[in-house]
Unconditional design. Structure first.
Length: 327
């Protein structure tokens, strides 16, 4: 079945002979959006294990936030689900619980799930111990801890394996053995959590739109500023005046970008000196992304307002408000 026909088909569940967990055929041509930055909520108590957020599929991609979950059995760890290219459609490989962490596409989900294995915690004598450098914990409630600093060398926000632009990682023989071995499907709390995200259309729409069209985290990641293309008025002096106004606006917006980039670079340097955990780094990047998006939206509004005034014969220059970042 080619992709055009698959777009008309219902989502099918395929059980492959080489693995023992479900792959869900998704009838869409486009891959899931990049992984967003987000802050990890506080761990609710001893024994909970972090399961990272991921892109689900309904009528469109929607974001399923990460959550803390009690494992189905002592000693079990979570292998996240992941998207992979299946040749004519994207397939979602469902996550599962098992005694070891299996293959999850090489996707960098953060918080200890950096593409291989899990660095956020481990079991010892029937108790789960948390890596304090990668988890948001209340230390007065949780005392089964250790501190091992792990460098996330990938820092990729690609959310799928294979295909054009996808992560190229392949499962090792050990990871294949984990997938073929005994494991447990997502627990009821995870299923209910995913269903709640799917049935929240506003949150789903905002998440997908944000990740697709506002993937830039820092001003240096933004595309070049698009200059206005106001229609010629037939009046040479007026056209020259309009062009100067556009040049002035572009220069101001370029200055705004540079100023915000310098501010964010300074915050990066300060946090690096403090040797903070992954949760704080994620929270900072989420804040930087929000600042950058708000600035870009303000700049686009400025350009649109200026073009509208020029096309209607108005003047008065551009308004400087609305281009700065909110903290």
């Amino acid at each position: 079945m080619n992709l055009a026909n698959s777009q008309l088909a219902a989502i099918s569940v395929l059980i492959l002979s080489t693995v023992s967990f479900a792959q869900i055929g998704i009838p869409v041509a486009g891959p899931p959006p990049p992984m967003p930055y987000y802050a990890q909520p506080l761990c609710p108590g001893d024994g909970y294990i972090w399961t990272p957020g991921y892109w689900g599929w309904g009528d469109n991609y929607y974001w399923v936030p990460g959550m803390w979950v009690l494992p189905p059995e002592v000693g079990y760890l979570w292998t996240p689900g992941y998207w992979g290219w299946g040749g004519d459609a994207f397939l979602f490989n469902e996550g599962y619980w098992g005694l070891s962490v299996g293959f999850y596409g090489g996707i960098d989900y953060g918080f200890g799930y950096f593409g291989r294995g899990y660095e956020g915690g481990r079991w010892n004598n029937g108790h789960f111990f948390y890596n304090t450098s990668l988890n948001n914990l209340n230390r007065s409630d949780i005392r089964n801890v250790y501190n091992t600093r792990v460098s996330d060398s990938q820092t990729s926000r690609v959310s799928y394996n294979g295909g054009a632009g996808g992560v190229s990682a392949r499962a090792t023989s050990q990871e294949q053995a984990v997938a073929a071995g005994r494991h447990v499907s997502p627990v009821a709390a995870q299923t209910q959590h995913a269903q709640a995200a799917r049935t929240d259309p506003e949150a789903a729409r905002q998440s997908a739109n944000s990740a697709r069209s506002n993937a830039s985290v820092h001003p240096k990641d933004l595309p070049a500023i698009e200059r206005g293309t106001g229609a010629a008025t037939g009046n040479t002096k007026q056209d020259q005046k309009n062009q100067k106004e556009q040049d002035k606006l572009v220069a101001k917006q370029t200055q705004d970008r540079q100023k915000l980039q310098q501010q964010q670079d300074k915050e990066h340097q300060q946090l690096a000196k403090q040797q903070t955990n992954d949760a704080r780094n994620q929270a900072m990047e989420q804040r930087h992304q929000s600042q950058t998006q708000q600035m870009q939206q303000g700049h686009m509004q400025q350009m649109q307002q200026m073009q509208s005034r020029q096309q209607s014969g108005g003047g008065g220059g551009f308004r400087g408000g609305g281009g700065g970042a909110r903290r």
